[in-house]
Design a protein. Structure first.
Length: 101
């Protein structure tokens, strides 16, 4: 169950219902879907907050830039770019994972 911002059950009579059309218009339907999936366990009561919507939108934008070219065609493969900061963080984490195995 998704609770209102004041941790109360959403209700029209209380006026704390979030209109999904407003979220879709401002952030997009995929962003709303992704955010709801990452809110937590489906069987838990979770308070609604719009704070994570921007992060979900940025994540989807990154994925889009990886998979779609400048002329809006889908790429057949992801091209690795030289990213030293990614390599610096990825290598030690991979080594830790390999040691655990």
């Amino acid at each position: 169950m998704i609770l209102g911002e004041g941790n109360e059950k959403m209700s029209k009579s209380k006026g704390n219902v979030i209109n999904p059309d407003d979220i879709v218009q401002s952030h997009g339907a995929d962003t709303l879907r992704l955010y709801e999936m990452f809110m937590g366990p489906l069987d838990a009561a979770i308070a609604w907050s719009e704070n994570g919507l921007d992060g979900s939108r940025r994540f989807l934008d990154r994925i889009w830039r990886l998979l779609v070219t400048e002329d809006d065609t889908l790429t057949d493969k992801v091209v690795a770019q030289n990213n030293k900061s990614l390599d610096k963080n990825l290598s030690p984490n991979c080594e830790k994972g390999n040691r655990r195995l």
